[in-house]
Design a protein around this ligand. Structure first.
Ligand code: ARG
Length: 481
């Protein structure tokens, strides 16, 4: 048996079971004098990937039917029969019992045909004042809305994992890097709070993007609206949308909300990938800053000593897929004349893949953050390497009235002298310091050494212990446990 690009067989294993109307698909009207070539059916199907929209599709159909009853296009009895039968079809889909028939193309036609198979002409009325163009758009909007809420929850879980580390690691000092060179000392919770901030912005983006997702497209029909007296606001209200879209042409073609969602997910992927890379480095013998939980590491088939950070490597690797999916969506949409074009069916695989990938990445990040251990002794043993306090010394001189450029130059020379002797700044005798800067006195030692250097910070947003403490308290009051 041949299969299509998504691995589905090119022919349905089951015959059609409709009630006698001679079509091989409900979308092929009387204008057709030939049924579809089976290669076309296999090429054109989306049921293999849009089946997961079924709950939203049925929810949308029930709201649509109820609205049709309110405006007099269906009777109350017809609507309750439709709703009841749709609920039964939903249960069959839940139980994986509704047969997939590839000639029915997508989830919308499967649900509608199942309805017609059960209740005949009443079922044939459901598609009144509706097209699959507005139907698919509404289904995805509802699906994305729920998925964004789940992303938000998982991001909050990850923020909590970092926040949970802050007290425990409060006294650990880590080097901050720029250019991956040792730069200045920071408290470990300053790192954790940095990630909390990144994920907070991600959550803001999720919330903002959700506003544009949360507009109801149902009722724009195919492209121009409908001559039937529908009430779009009523449908929107039933489906908990914030508003209805304003222009049928625009709506039929609009996939901005999907591109935007894919972008929001790409930024999350970028943050997770950067974190993964950082902790991969930190877990090496060379850094030895962190020990990852062994439950999220793998071994080597030949080197018995290896404990590899595969979960982090895969997070870094999978982020590429999420970013690739954004490109796919951008390219898919960019040359389309208005309005709906069948190209748009290809929007779902990248969108779903981005969500699935980010869900998986977040699910694995949280326990890794919770379960990793800072290697405090190893970190402390090399903390005086790399002159993390040089900038503090320079600022100490500025506080004594020295121009910044001169202080910068002099500290550079002092660091050079310390390097020659292979000692940290705090171990240089006062005479040596004075050789370079006669203004220096004994009190300079109060700012030297990484402990003193961290304690010397004062500015808002810095790693000053009081600042870090305030930030921890701030996030504790915001994040719900
Ligand atoms: N399977 C289609 C999709 O996912 C549904 C919409 C089809 N609309 C149409 N006019 N052929 O985009």
């Amino acid at each position: 048996m041949t299969t299509n690009t998504y691995g589905v067989p090119t022919r349905s294993p089951l015959p059609l079971t409709n009630d006698g109307i001679e079509v091989n698909s409900p979308s092929r009207s009387g204008v057709f004098q030939a049924s579809a070539d089976e290669r076309m059916e296999a090429f054109g199907e989306s049921i293999s990937f849009d089946r997961r929209l079924y709950r939203h599709d049925i929810q949308g159909s029930i709201a649509h039917a109820e609205m049709l009853a309110e405006v007099g296009l269906l009777s109350k009895e017809e609507t309750s029969l439709i709703s009841k039968t749709l609920r039964e079809i939903e249960e069959e889909l839940d139980a994986n019992q509704l047969p997939i028939r590839f000639e029915l193309e997508d989830i919308h036609m499967h649900v509608e045909q199942a309805l017609i198979d059960r209740i005949g002409d009443t079922g044939r009325k459901l598609h009144t004042a509706r097209s699959r163009n507005d139907q698919v758009s509404t289904d995805i909007r509802m699906w994305v809305r729920d998925a964004l809420d789940e992303i938000d929850q998982k991001l909050e879980g990850l923020q909590n994992a970092f926040l949970g580390r802050c007290e425990k690691d409060f006294d650990t000092i880590l080097p901050a890097y720029t250019h991956l060179q040792r730069a200045q000392p920071v408290l470990a919770p300053h790192y954790w709070l940095a990630y909390i901030e990144k994920f907070a912005r991600d959550r803001e983006r999720v919330a903002d993007c959700r506003k544009r997702v949360n507009r109801c497209s149902l009722g724009v029909a195919a492209v121009a609206g409908t001559t039937l007296p529908i009430d779009r606001s009523l449908t929107a209200e039933k489906l908990h949308f914030e508003s209805v879209t304003a222009n049928s042409l625009d709506t039929s073609s609009d996939r901005d909300f999907m591109m935007e969602t894919a972008f929001v997910l790409s930024v999350i992927a970028s943050h997770l990938s950067g974190w993964a890379e950082e902790w991969i480095l930190w877990s090496t013998v060379e850094f030895n800053f962190i020990k990852l939980p062994q439950t999220f590491c793998t071994g080597s088939s030949i080197m018995p000593q290896k404990v590899n950070p595969d979960a982090l490597e895969l997070s870094r690797g999978k982020s590429a897929r999420v970013m690739g999916n954004l490109q796919t969506l951008m390219l898919l949409v960019k040359n389309l004349p208005m309005a709906y074009n069948r190209d748009l069916q290809e929007d779902k695989p990248p969108l779903f893949d981005s969500f699935d990938t980010i869900f998986a990445m977040l699910d694995i990040a949280t326990p890794i953050v919770e379960g990793s251990e800072l290697q405090t002794e190893s970190i402390a043993s090399r903390l005086e390497e790399g002159y993390l306090d040089a900038t503090t010394l320079m600022e100490w001189m500025i506080k004594k009235g020295m121009p910044q450029r001169r202080a910068h130059h002099l500290v550079g020379a002092i660091v050079g002298a310390a390097m020659e002797r292979k000692v940290p700044l705090k171990d240089l005798p006062l005479e040596t310091l004075k050789e370079h800067a006669p203004e220096l006195d004994e009190s300079v030692y109060e700012c030297l050494g990484t402990q003193n250097a961290v304690a010397a910070f004062v500015s808002y947003g810095s790693t000053a212990p009081t600042q870090v403490r305030n930030q921890i308290d701030h996030w504790k009051s915001i994040l719900k446990k």
